[in-house]
Design a protein. Structure first.
Length: 251
């Protein structure tokens, strides 16, 4: 069977959403959706590997301010911009304060990460819906979804896509948790550059992807919205669009 982990030179955190077991005894389809850290890091060889994998659409979840610092160049595939978070600098500063307060109030890293994600999901429901629609309406061919590290925004969208495809929550959480190890080379550079103990502690927290955090997100969405589907419907995603997303990953 084709491996789920993909080696695309320049990126660290690339893997298929295909090849995972589903609750009905099936398996998600390989060659349909790939999650990645920023594909802007790819070398020419990495881009060739992406195209060889059948990718025809890249869905970029980064914010406008992130793309402004990393202007696009010509790439051999279509790029859809679907920022998972949005807002001007004042909005981002206010969001940062809200996230800092949530982290400070949490008893552990897993809870802190869960609570940060729930803030994202509540504040940016329209953005999440737009990202899901970008997947639903992408043309034929494989899709890559990415942000910067491919673990938080990409992790949440990937989790929702896998849930819609019928993958068990524990399997989804285990896939999410893989990003911590895959990104370790990047994180080790962060840790080495930290200028204080406080900064090092913050970076060590950010680097973690506890499976319990994603399970906690699913549990809370169940309580608030009766599940992921309910959350997405509340954000304006239609049942037809949910079906199109599911069809991407299921034969």
């Amino acid at each position: 069977m084709q491996p789920r982990d993909l080696v695309w030179d320049g990126c660290l955190n690339v893997r298929e959403l295909g090849g995972l077991p589903t609750r009905d005894g099936g398996e998600t389809r390989l060659g349909a959706i790939v999650r990645a850290d920023s594909v802007r890091q790819l070398s020419p060889a990495g881009w060739r590997a992406l195209v060889h994998h059948g990718v025809r659409t890249v869905i970029d979840l980064r914010g406008d301010h992130e793309r402004a610092d990393d202007p696009p160049t010509d790439v051999p595939v279509a790029v859809v911009e679907a920022p998972f978070l949005s807002g001007n600098k004042a909005d981002r500063d206010a969001l940062g304060e809200e996230l800092d307060a949530a982290v400070a109030a949490a008893p552990d890293v897993a809870t802190a990460t869960r609570d940060v994600y729930l803030i994202f999901l509540e504040r940016f429901r329209a953005n999440v819906a737009a990202a899901v629609r970008a997947v639903a309406y992408a043309p034929e061919g494989a899709i890559v979804i990415h942000c910067v590290g491919g673990k938080d925004r990409t992790g949440l969208l990937s989790a929702f896509l896998l849930h819609l495809a019928g993958v068990d929550d524990a399997e989804i959480a285990a896939d999410y948790a893989l990003s911590e190890e895959r990104l370790r080379p990047r994180h080790e550079r962060w840790f080495a550059a930290a200028e204080s103990a406080e900064e090092l502690e913050r970076l060590r927290r950010i680097a973690q992807t506890p499976a319990a955090s994603m399970l906690g997100v699913f549990e809370e969405l169940e309580r608030r919205y009766r599940g992921v589907e309910g959350y997405l419907r509340s954000a304006g995603v239609t049942d037809e669009e949910l079906g199109l997303v599911r069809a991407r990953l299921r034969d």
